[in-house]
Design a protein around this ligand. Structure first.
Ligand code: ADP
Ligand code: MG
Length: 599
C-alpha cells in the first residue's frame, strides 16, 4: 500500500522552524549577537540597512570557526554548546538549540566569513534559502562576519508582514540595547544606513546604563546587590524621581539573558509602594543569577520567558532585596532638603520602616515564610491579630498609605515656617507641605487639563526676543510645535537656527519665558525622539509647572496658603510633584509619643 506520510524536505522543515526563531530583522540581530557573545567576542559590531530588511551584518572578534564547523553550523540542530542530555540542565551559553543559523539561512541570503586565530586562512560560505552555494578559503581577521541579506526574500507573505522601517528599527534597537546592557564589558558599535547610532567602549554596568538611558541618571541609580544560596541579584534601580509613564526601562536578565516577566516586575514595583505616583513605573536593570537547574529557559522558542521552580520564592526575594536597596539610600519620603526641618525630624525619634536585611547570606528556602510576613505588613496583622495590638505599625510611610481621608487637612491650624514649609494638622498627626512642589502639582494638572480643550491664549511679550538653537534643538521644537503653541507659547521661526518668541503662557513671567522655553527644549531632547503627543504634552506641562510655581521664600498669606492646600487636595495625585517628589509628609502623632505626649 502506498504510504501517505513523508518526511518534509530539509528546506521546508527549516523554513517552518524559521517561523519560530526568525520573526523579524530584530530576531536575526538577537541570534547573531548572542552567537558572537557565546564565541567570546570582546567587540561586536552591527550594521543594518533599511531597518534590517535589506541587510543585517554582525562582525565579531570571537573564536571563529574551522572550515568544517563553519559548514556544520548551518545544519539544523547543529550546536557546539550541548553534547549530552545533562548539558541541557546546565546551560551557561545564550544559544543551545542549534537552530538559529539554519533558520536564518532558510529565509535569507547569507554570507559568512570566519577564521580561527590558529588558522592562516579563513572560510567563506554562501547559502541562500537553505541552498548551499559555495565555500571558499578567504583572508580576514580572527572572528566571524555574517551578512544576512533580504530577509524573507523567498517567503513574500512574511516579508509583506513586516512593519514600517521605524517600527522594525525600534525592535532592533531594543534587542541591541538589551544585549549591550547585559554585557557592559563588551564593546559594541551600531550603524544604520551608514550612520553611527551607538558606540560603546567596554565599561561597567552603571556607565552603560547611563549611556543608553540618559546622562540625567548619573546620581539617580541605586545599586542593588544580594547573594543567597538560591539566587543572586545585582544591578540598579532608579530613585523614585526617575519613575516614568512607560514600562520600557524595566529589564530583567536571568543568567545573562533578557526575559519578560510581569510577575517579577510586580515584585519590584511593589517595593516602591508610596514612593512613586500611581501609574508610573520605576526604571531598573536587574540581573538574576540562578543555578540553571532551578530555571527552565526552554519554554519559549526565543527564550524570552523562563520558569523558576520556585516562582513565589523568587518574587519574595526580589521584592525584599529591592526594598532593602531603596531603604539603604533613605529613599523614604522626607523633606531632608530643608536643613532645619531635617533637624526637627532627626530630633524626633521618627520610627523608620524596618529596612533590616530580610534576606541574609544564610537564607535557606525554609525561610520564605518568615519573609512573607516581613513583606506584607498587613498580611502579618491579619495573620496575627495579637501582633497588631502589642506592636502597632507606626512607620510614617505606612500612615500615608492609610485612607486618603486622613490626608485632607482639617480646618483651622495652618502656618508657614521660614517663608517656606506649610504646617497643618490631619487626622493622624502633623502634615508638612512643601508649597513649591504643591504649586507645581496644581499647575501641572491645570496645564494637562487644557490638552483636550481649545489652545490657551498666550500673553504677548512687549519686546519679542530672539532665541538661538542648534539644529537638533530646532528639530525638537519642530516636533513639539503644536503642543508648545497649545500651551500658550507663541513663536516664529526666523531662520534655520533662531526663533522669535512673541508670547508665553499666562502663568509664566515674560522675564522667565526664554529660560523656561529653553529648559523645555532640553527636557524634550532627553527622551526618545518619537514620543506620543500625550507624552510630549506631559513633559512640557511638567517643565512649565516648574517654571511658573512659587519659589522657596515666597511668603504666603493665610488665604493664599489655604487656597493652595485646598487646590492641592483637589488634585488627582496630590502626593507627588510632577517629577515624582513627595509633596508632603505626615508625622503621625504616635511618632511623638515616646518624647512628647502625655498618656
Ligand atoms: P546555537 O547558538 O544554539 O548553538 P546556532 O545556529 O546559533 O546555534 O549556531 C550554531 C553553532 O555555530 C554554534 O553552536 C557555534 O558553535 C557556531 N557559531 C555560530 N555563530 C558563531 C560565531 N559568531 N562565532 C563562532 N562560532 C559560531
Ligand atoms: Mg545561537
Amino acid at each position: 500500500m502506498e504510504s501517505l506520510i513523508q518526511l518534509l524536505p530539509d528546506y521546508l522543515a527549516n523554513q517552518i522552524a524559521a517561523g519560530e526563531v526568525v520573526q523579524r530583522p530584530a530576531s536575526v540581530v538577537k541570534e547573531l549577537m548572542e552567537n558572537a557573545i557565546d564565541a567570546g567576542a570582546s567587540k561586536i559590531e552591527l550594521l543594518i540597512k533599511d531597518a534590517g530588511k535589506s541587510l543585517v551584518q554582525i562582525i565579531d572578534n570571537g573564536s571563529g570557526m574551522s572550515p568544517v564547523d563553519a559548514r556544520m553550523s548551518f545544519e539544523r540542530h547543529a550546536t557546539s554548546k550541548i553534547k549530552e542530555k545533562e548539558d541541557l540542565f546546565n546551560i551557561r551559553t545564550l544559544g543551545f538549540r542549534g537552530e538559529a543559523l539554519a533558520s536564518i539561512a532558510a529565509v535569507a541570503q547569507v554570507t559568512m566569513k570566519t577564521r580561527r586565530h590558529e588558522d592562516d586562512l579563513g572560510s567563506e560560505i554562501k547559502i541562500e534559502g537553505s541552498e548551499f552555494l559555495s565555500q571558499t578559503p578567504c583572508v580576514g581577521s580572527t572572528g566571524t562576519l555574517i551578512s544576512v541579506k533580504n530577509l524573507f526574500f523567498n517567503v513574500p507573505a512574511r516579508r509583506n508582514f513586516l512593519k514600517s522601517n521605524p517600527v522594525e528599527t525600534k525592535h532592533i534597537l531594543s534587542e541591541f540595547t538589551h544585549i549591550a546592557l547585559s554585557h557592559p564589558g563588551i564593546a559594541f558599535r551600531m550603524e544604520h544606513n551608514d550612520t553611527l547610532v551607538y558606540d560603546f567602549p567596554a565599561e561597567n554596568l552603571k556607565s552603560r546604563i547611563i549611556r543608553i538611558w540618559g546622562m540625567d541618571l548619573e546620581d539617580k541609580l541605586v545599586p542593588v546587590q544580594e547573594e543567597t544560596p538560591y539566587l543572586s541579584i545585582k544591578g540598579f534601580v532608579g530613585t523614585p524621581e526617575t519613575s516614568r509613564k512607560g514600562r520600557g526601562e524595566q529589564l530583567f536578565f536571568v543568567n545573562g539573558r533578557f526575559i519578560r516577566s510581569s510577575y517579577l516586575q510586580h515584585a519590584v514595583i511593589g517595593a516602591y509602594k508610596d514612593l512613586i505616583p500611581a501609574e508610573t513605573f520605576p526604571l531598573f536593570c536587574l540581573f538574576l543569577n540562578i543555578n540553571p537547574v532551578h530555571v527552565d529557559i526552554n519554554i519559549h522558542p526565543t527564550k524570552s520567558e523562563v520558569k523558576f521552580d520556585d516562582e513565589r520564592g523568587v518574587y519574595l526575594l526580589l521584592h525584599s532585596i529591592v526594598k532593602k536597596g531603596l531603604g539603604k539610600f533613605q529613599l523614604i519620603p522626607d523633606l531632608s532638603s530643608d536643613e532645619e526641618l531635617a533637624g526637627i525630624i532627626r530630633a524626633v525619634p521618627f520610627p523608620k520602616e524596618n529596612h533590616e536585611p530580610v534576606v541574609g547570606k544564610s537564607t535557606t528556602r525554609d525561610s520564605w515564610n518568615v519573609e512573607k510576613q516581613d513583606i506584607g505588613g498587613w498580611e502579618k496583622i491579619y495573620q496575627n491579630p495579637a501582633g497588631f495590638t502589642s506592636q502597632p505599625s507606626k512607620s510614617p510611610s505606612q500612615s500615608i498609605t492609610q485612607k486618603e481621608v486622613n490626608l485632607i487637612p482639617e480646618d483651622g491650624f495652618l502656618v508657614q515656617l521660614h517663608n517656606h514649609l506649610l504646617l497643618t494638622q490631619v487626622k493622624s498627626g502633623l502634615m508638612i507641605i512643601d508649597p513649591t512642589l504643591a504649586h507645581q502639582r496644581i499647575l501641572f494638572e491645570r496645564f494637562l487639563a487644557t490638552s483636550t480643550r481649545p489652545p490657551v491664549a498666550s500673553q504677548q511679550i512687549l519686546f519679542p526676543m530672539t532665541m538661538q538653537f542648534s539644529a537638533v534643538e530646532m528639530q525638537i521644537v519642530e516636533s513639539a510645535k503644536s503642543e508648545l503653541r497649545h500651551l500658550g507659547f507663541d513663536f516664529l521661526e526666523i531662520n534655520s537656527g533662531s526663533l522669535l518668541l512673541q508670547g508665553t503662557p499666562p502663568e509664566v513671567l515674560p522675564a522667565k519665558a526664554e529660560m523656561v522655553f529653553k529648559e523645555i527644549v532640553a527636557e524634550l531632547g532627553l527622551g526618545e525622539a518619537e514620543r506620543s503627543r500625550e507624552a510630549r504634552f506631559e513633559k512640557i506641562a511638567a517643565k512649565l509647572a516648574e517654571g511658573a510655581a512659587h519659589k522657596k521664600g515666597n511668603r504666603l498669606d493665610i488665604s493664599a496658603a489655604r487656597a493652595l492646600t485646598d487646590d492641592l487636595f483637589r488634585c488627582n495625585e496630590p502626593k507627588f510633584s510632577p517629577k515624582g517628589k513627595p509633596v508632603f509628609v505626615v508625622m503621625p502623632l504616635s511618632s511623638f509619643s515616646t518624647h512628647l505626649l502625655s498618656e
